[in-house]
Design a protein around this ligand. Sequence first.
Ligand code: F6R
Length: 608
Amino acid sequence: MCGIVGYVGEQSAVDVVVAGLRRLEYRGYDSAGVAILDGTTLQVERKAGKLANLDEVLANRSLPGTLGIGHTRWATHGPPNDANAHPHVDCAGAVAVVHNGTIENFEELVAGLGERGHARRSDTDTEAVAHLVEECYDGDLAAAVRTVCKQLEGSFVLVVAHRDEPGLIVAARRNLPLVIGLGDGENFVGSDVTAFIAHTRTARAVEQDQVVEVRRTGVQVTDLDGVVVEGETYHVDWDTDAAEKGGYEFFMLKEIQEQPDAVRDTLGGRLTPEGLLHLDELAMSDQDIRGIDQVVIIACGSSYHSGLVGKYAIERWCRLPVHVEMASEFRYRDPVVGRSTLVIAISQSGETADTLEALRHAREQRAWVLAVTNTIGSTISRESDAALYTRAGPEVAVASTKAVMAQLAAMYVVGLYLAQVRGTRDADEVRAHMHDLQEIPDLITELIGRMEPVRELARSLKDAQRVLFLGRHVGYPMALEGALKLKELAYISAEGFPAGEIKHGPIALIEQGTPVVILAPRHALQAKLINNIQEVRARGARTIVVATDGDDSVLPYADDVIWIPDTKSLLTPLLTIVPMQVLSAEVAAARGLDVDQPRNLAKSVTVE
Ligand code: F6R
């Protein structure tokens, strides 16, 4: 959480840094701030609330200078007020620091600083770093930062400027993401590449416990002992326009529209001339794939729901047991994984702390870990044995849509590939399933084009107190996803259940008019679902049924119907998810809420 930018170059630093923060705002929006160095004048501006509040402050200020650092905060230590907004400065106002992470020994550090006469002006752990740098600085900022990092416990990305070093910013990282952007006569650091892709596409990831000196003319990376370390650069091919709203009121609405491409690009280039799958990214020999005796999928939130769909596909096609685990619980219960376990870690951001810790645990048990992530160079991709990139492009709205869609596509591909190699599905069947998958992007486009009734429905649900979502088989994970989206965006109490489970307790929640969304595309279990629809309707529910085009069997029991195109039942999540996304976004909009930045959340969840 928290977004960080640093810039040294020839442009107006405040403009570059604030534009970078705008792209990183999805990481946290409790406050924002900048520190700009002009010669030896260091000026800091910061403001509680969204970046727009800082914009207002900056509109009345002149901040000349071509070196700057900036921060957008997701509060951990101290409430989200002006005093706790970053950057934080030392006693003399000579050092400015922005920080992402949690310094676990900060109380001890603060006590020592107090004894040594430093005055504390915020509740944050970060301020301690500014004072420590002040104490350690003797004309070499990078050396001071290295010394301070050795005293810190926990996780951090730090970016530091000092008024006595006009051409330098120093950044450091432990456990959290930091990327360098290498430009022409200008260089950058950022929490991710979106901070600088408007200026350069050449990036380098900073590794654990490294310190970066960034100057206009170049960048030097060292370890904590000051030994220079080389590293590889990579090219970022994300489209800058993809990180802009492009005429949509919200990023989420734009990202929903981009889903056909997310699927197309994720499926693309995976077929041999014979129409079979190749998945070199898995980096496992055919023999090792045949030796897998279980699959464990670890993920959080919506990515966990993609994992659940993956379970249905892999079990069906590969006849392998698949366990899907919430990453935050995984390592604490001594899970049974070993050499012949394939662990799949799904994460859009590639930085989710729970998923990262879970995969580290799996690797310690010698399992083979495949990351399925949207972010090239992310920590999860680098710490896994192999990485399969979903190709959804940058996702800005906090609620994940196109990245989840791409994860679903990736899980089908992984399932089919394992089945192909293990021989549980023959070549013709693999080809047939791939053919069905390749038809999905056009079906999504068609479906998105007929969402007006869903928008109308959303307006009618705007004052609902509670909404239930039911599904069976692959409809169940999508019921969970529909409920999660409605909760996080519209702040309406929403629960997803397997439809057969409702009679074991949740049916007691139903009152006259309680909206119940039932995912009932054409499926072998549909007759049972129709029973469930009748059960809730008999108790007064308003039934909103998601059904396949032309399937009139649901009509007698549905108060509202959302029609979706026909596809194979195992693939229906790729379609049923779309109205769930639109519904939640539109209910939130009808309630006057910020669809892209729901309260209390951040997109990249880098705390456990
Ligand atoms: C919900 C949502 C979250 C994320 C979760 C995992 O709309 O976006 O539930 O899916 O925080 O994030 P990643 O996939 O980045 O690990």
